[in-house]
Design a protein around this ligand. Sequence first.
Ligand SMILES: O=C([C@@H]1CCCNC1)N1CCCCC1
Length: 329
Amino acid sequence: ATGSVVATPAQYDAEYLSPVSIGTPAQTLMLDFDTGSSDLWVFSSETPKSSVQGQTVYNPSKSSTAKKLSGATWKISYGDGSSSSGSVYTDKVTIGGLSVSNVAVESAQKVSREFTAEADLDGLLGLAFSSINTVQPTQQKTFFDMAKPSLDSAVFTADLKYGKAGKYNFGYIDDSAYNGSLTYTAVDSSNGWWMFTSPGYAVGSGTLDSTSITGIADTGTTLLLVPSSVVTTYYKQIRNARYDSSQAGYVFPCSTSLPSFTYAVGNSQIVIPGKYINFAPVDSAGSSCFGGIQSDEGIGFSIFGDVALKAAFVVFDGSQSPRLGFASK
Ligand SMILES: O=C([C@@H]1CCCNC1)N1CCCCC1
């Protein structure tokens, strides 16, 4: 089996949302596919009304295939300080024509204010490793792990794009979606993430600096978060860039022409065009813009978020020895 689903960017490519059908008859919600976490959770009929501001909710009592997972609970906190928690059902989940039965669908009984404020986001679909799924007392598998036995190939791919819809495919690699060849690199999944080491980087047309960057491929993180030494080197190339403590990040005039940022993958390189690194205006005046490359200070590793991933076609290979494949496009 295979599946293919659109990934539509929300404001300023801050996140990408995909339609997911849950239950019988289908209840279709817009979920943020997150390769940095492993819970599939949704706004639901159990979410307090005061916490639901425009989201579409999943109602298990209206699904003939829903079953309550007795005694199961979940609770997740994300690196940006947001959080959610609740109860668990199993139900049929269909993504881009790929149907999987008895998937753990985590129903939100609490969501933090950040999620309430995101009217377009109805939940997250975790695509990291099942070892960090938060359901207790019995940890649950991700949609990908549940789908794997049925897939033509144990892979999914992310083809996110700048300011327009991209795609997630399951079970196959669309060789027409990228240029040249895929370069695969080793993954350390011991902490549950798609963690890899980039052997170097370059700013603009400069030579490759062999400072390695170890981080996770995280479709659920907006920006590229790297060591402060790399951040400093990048913004040093932009005369009007400065660190704005009130924004807790580097900003520059929105009219600035930005240098590209290249990250190495094995013996290949992915070039992030400068325009991808102008994330968004920091104020309604729109004069000052927030950089798409910021520090990974305090996390413990870097995060290759959407700013980095949308410059590539990325294969998440979930075979016996997981690996990541990157190609330019
Ligand atoms: O919570 C997260 C991210 C948040 C954004 C969405 N993806 C998951 N983590 C990944 C980085 C280390 C801490 C945990």
